[in-house]
Write a protein of this length. Structure first.
Length: 376
């Protein structure tokens, strides 16, 4: 393929990723997501801050998982793997199914019965994966998937697969590339804890001086990538969990995690040590938010900014706004928040909390006019 159109994060950041030159790349042109300035939610805040949302819901399957999946499936195919497997709260299964379809290999996904959002289930199903619903939660699924690594000829594509985190670190690269500097704080939802670990790796690699070995195939010769893209700082990393699923706040795994943000309904995160390293090395913190706070932030982002993310994603903005009010964020700070998944993933939750916006009236102009005048 020729031309300069964007061809996915592996091609764009090739010399910072473990991919051999002749490897067949399995890509859906993931990455390159927008960094959207939040202009309305900052109004009325005590502090003057700049907030940007890294909207990962605009990846090909609607979540950040695609960044890791392009790497994990590319590697699996390079190793001759014919089937992949994952446990998932939904988004990983949607992404794994898509990349397996693309690669022409089989995909098995273990999901907690009745506890994944409708859109994610639809994606996994139509993209041809074998959906295994278990009578248990994500942590049970993860335990079984790890057993399968020895019991069956399948490659695990959960974030315990190191190629996943390699792909996901590129989101941090994109943020620095877009801002021209590292943010002062980076706020992110935490579930299985792979993503916060990947971002920290990405920010750290960009802060370390490393000569580029190859120029980017996508960009022209003004591309930052032709030089080592270097920032002299790294952000403070802040990880937010749902109150009913908050092992990092408890300090130990929790049994029977619960939250409306089903994507992060996880009690036994696999990247425990890496996530603690990200927070401790950066001088950051973990905190928890209630389901009510999460849903309020989802609605706020949709109503005030026109950005529709899923509940788990909104926790990064919910936590940030609370931490600004509590004085934990310094004046003048530049802050980035990852919005990990698209709101369309979970239409049920969105509809449930927006009933008040629907009017039922007669099919008559007079009635519609009255409704308009009542609501102006
Ligand atoms: N936000 C969304 C929308 C997610 O789907 C996930 C994880 C997270 C945040 C948390 O990221 O696990 O790296 O800390 N979803 C996984 C899944 C577990 O199966 O889709 P993390």
């Amino acid at each position: 393929m020729s031309g300069k159109h964007y061809r996915g994060l592996i091609e764009h950041y090739r010399d910072r990723l473990p991919v051999a030159p002749d490897t067949r790349i399995i890509s859906l042109c993931e990455g390159n997501t927008p960094l959207i300035p939040l202009v309305n939610v900052t109004k009325g805040l005590q502090k003057s801050v700049e907030i940007y949302a890294k909207f990962e819901g605009l990846n090909p399957t609607g979540s950040f998982k695609d960044r890791g999946m392009t790497m994990a499936v590319t590697q699996a195919v390079a190793e001759g793997t014919r089937a992949i497997i994952c446990a998932s709260t939904g988004n990983t299964s949607a992404s794994a199914a898509a990349y397996a379809a693309r690669a022409g290999i089989k995909c098995f996904v273990l999901i907690p019965e009745g506890k994944i959002a409708l859109g994610k289930l639809a994606q996994a199903m139509i993209q041809g994966s074998i959906v295994i619903q278990i009578k248990g939660n994500f942590d049970d699924g993860m335990r079984i998937v790890k057993d399968m690594a020895h019991a069956a000829p399948v490659a695990i594509v959960n974030s315990i697969n190191p190629y996943r985190l390699q792909g996901q670190k590129t989101a941090a690269f994109e943020i620095v590339d877009a801002l021209g500097r590292a943010p002062d704080y980076h706020c992110i939802p935490v579930g299985n804890a792979g993503n916060i670990s990947a971002y920290w790796t990405g920010f750290s690699e960009y802060a370390a001086v490393k000569p580029a070995t190859k120029s980017c195939a996508f960009c022209d010769d003004t591309c930052r990538y032709e030089r080592p893209a270097v920032t002299d700082s790294r952000p403070i990393m802040v990880g937010y969990q749902a109150a009913g699923s908050a092992p990092f706040i408890a300090g130990h795994p929790v049994e029977n995690p619960e939250t409306v943000a089903t994507a992060i309904r996880i009690g036994n995160p696999q990247s425990w040590d890496l996530a603690w390293a990200a927070v401790n090395e950066s001088g950051g913190w973990f905190d928890a938010l209630t389901d009510e706070e999460i849903l309020a932030a989802q609605k706020l982002l949709a109503e005030r900014e026109g950005v529709f993310c899923e509940p788990a994603s909104a926790i990064s903005v919910a936590g940030l706004l609370r931490d600004i009010e509590r004085g934990k964020i310094r004046d003048g700070a530049v802050i980035t928040c990852t919005l990990t998944g698209h709101g369309l993933k979970d239409p049920d939750t969105a509809i449930k909390q927006s009933q008040g916006n629907v009017l039922q009236i007669e099919a008559e102009s007079a009635a519609v006019k009255r409704a308009i005048l009542d609501h102006l």
